[in-house]
Design a protein. Structure first.
Lengths: 241, 316
């Protein structure tokens, strides 16, 4: 536990030194704003929240999160480096949580860079800042839960491309679950639909995104992060023994 | 530093390691005290590396107990790992991290901080003379510098047990004396286990030799005893300008045989019978015959041959 901050700082330094981090954040921000402005007349409509921008986040994270995840264990790609790390008195929990928090911090930075939109919304009209705060929180939690999935994939696979594709695939399924539900609406029993709907992060995200910040939906994301990080720690411990 | 004399630094009992269906180490037991330098010899490099990995706690054993200063590696892994410094055979590499950052990171993970961390880092850097490469990325270093960084990383927290895996690989012959002096100095402070293919290089460093063959410990003796087993123990190698009278050499008392060097004409090795000293007799012969001798060496015994022989015996 004591060594967690050291792992975290090292991982942040590793992100900061990699140009692709900046590129990914830039793409995320550009697409976020461009898609929002392109699909809806936000500037003319004088909206009180940022829903037009945030509704794309579950899809945009499909690009950002796998890219961040591939870098999580890239330091340890070197055989000698990895071997050395195993001999150090650091627990699997420190490694996993330290690295996860660093990646989440980078994702949060990307999210915070949308701050000018909040300023513009407030400048142009009557912005509902509590709804905006709820939207930012939803997006932040979503990024965290997606990253925890990425962390888990990282301990299963070693090649960067495999990590990227697996994470992308898994998140695509998660994000696409809501579309699947729409397609199944009249074919499947309602119980199954409800179960699937309760599993879908995108639907949970939409409900918080609309400004309905409930404990249930927040806990859903937190428990997802918790579950995947535990799975990662257990897998890492298992692999070393 | 606490007085640890008499207390076992490392104790290994009945260690066995399987990899899949093959047995890498079987029923391995030994112990070592403070200020010992153990040479780990054997033909198969993977076996030696696996043993060091198991001692360092990076691979768990299939069965058996390892305890470092009384801390069991299975149950008190973090405390035991803190006492060990390990220079791996695979050098650490990183595309961007500089030597300074790397050592700082390892020191932090070893739980060092503040002024203590700084002095220990400076000490390790000074000991291995790393000043010239401090700001260079790890991947840009040549193999000998990487080795030195790997050793610096292993000693910076002042471990009680130092594991070195092929430390002299990639070092040029000029660097080796300084390096030996370093290991000798380290032996004063900690228990050192060196795994190496070049047994003869370590003959004057190690106090004890462990020979592994076929996954088993076939010899655990003081190094001089192992040298005594060599056919070349007390042998004399001499090079002369003019052809030597081999018959005169062969009839000297205690001479067991003569080996001529095919690649170096004029060089012969005279073997001694066990328990006999032939050096003075050869000297007298040279003086009486007035041979022009270019070099005359008394051999301490060829460890490589002994280790090879033991391995052959074990596999047969």
């Amino acid at each position: 536990m004591k060594l967690l901050p050291i792992v975290l700082i090292r991982q942040l330094a590793s992100y900061a030194r990699t140009p692709s981090t900046y590129l990914n954040i830039a793409i995320f921000l550009t697409l976020s704003v461009a898609l929002g402005l392109y699909t809806s007349p936000w500037l003319e409509k004088n909206n009180s929240d940022l829903h037009v921008f945030f509704q794309f986040h579950p899809w945009l994270y499909l690009l950002l999160i796998p890219a961040l995840a591939t870098q999580l264990w890239s330091d340890e790609a070197n055989k000698g480096f990895l071997g050395l790390m195993k001999t150090l008195p650091v627990t699997a929990f420190d490694w996993v949580v330290g690295k996860f928090l660093a990646a989440w911090f980078v994702a949060s930075t990307a999210l915070l860079m949308t701050l000018p939109l909040v300023v513009i919304a407030n400048y142009l009209g009557e912005a509902d800042n509590t709804v905006i705060a709820s939207q930012v929180l939803a997006s932040w939690l979503l990024a965290g839960s997606y990253l925890s999935v990425g962390c888990f994939i990282c301990v299963l696979a070693h090649q960067r491309t495999v990590i990227f594709l697996l994470t992308l695939g898994l998140l695509l399924i998660a994000s696409g679950l809501s579309s699947l539900l729409d397609a199944l609406e009249h074919q499947a029993p309602i119980g199954l639909l409800d179960t699937l709907a309760s599993l879908s992060p995108a639907l949970r995200f939409n409900s918080i995104d609309d400004g309905k910040l409930t404990l249930r939906d927040t806990l859903y994301f937190i428990s997802m992060i918790f579950a995947f990080l535990s799975a990662t720690t257990v897998t890492l411990n298992y692999k070393h023994s | 530093m606490p007085n640890l004399f008499g207390k076992k630094m490392i104790e290994i009992s009945n260690l066995t390691k399987h990899a899949g269906n093959s047995i890498i180490l079987s029923d391995f037991s030994f112990s070592a005290n403070q200020q010992e330098c153990l040479g780990l010899f054997g033909q198969d490099a993977t076996v030696k590396t696996t043993l060091l990995d198991v001692i360092a706690g990076s691979t768990p054993p299939s069965s058996g107990v390892i305890s470092i200063q009384g801390f069991n590696m299975q149950t008190h892994a973090l405390k035991a790992k803190q006492l060990i410094g390990y220079q791996l055979a695979n050098d650490p590499g990183h595309p961007t991290m500089s030597v300074k950052t790397f050592l700082g990171f390892i020191a932090a993970l070893r739980g060092l901080h503040g002024a203590d961390k700084r002095t220990r880092l400076e000490h390790a850097v000074a000991r291995l003379e790393l000043f010239a490469v401090l700001d260079a990325p790890l991947d840009s270093l040549s193999i000998d510098w990487k080795r030195k960084v790997a050793i610096a990383q292993a000693i910076l927290h002042g471990p009680a047990l130092l594991l070195l895996d092929e430390p002299t690989d990639g070092l040029s012959p000029e660097q080796k004396p300084a390096f030996k002096a370093l290991i000798q100095a380290l032996t004063q402070e900690m228990t050192v286990i060196v795994a190496s293919r070049h047994c003869d290089e370590l003959s004057d460093l190690c106090t004890r030799a462990l020979v592994i063959a076929g996954g088993r410990l076939v010899a655990d003796t003081a190094l001089p005893d192992l040298q005594r087993d060599s056919r070349h123990f007390q042998a004399v190698t001499l090079t002369a300008e003019s052809p030597l009278d081999l018959l005169a050499l062969a009839v000297l008392p205690g001479v067991a045989g003569i080996e001529e060097h095919r690649h170096a004409p004029g060089t012969v090795t005279v073997l001694a019978m066990p328990g006999h000293t032939i050096y003075p007799h050869i000297n007298t012969l040279i003086a009486s015959r007035r041979w022009k001798i270019n070099s005359l060496n008394l051999e301490p015994g060829r460890l490589n041959d002994v280790v090879h022989h033991l391995s052959q015996e074990a596999s047969a």
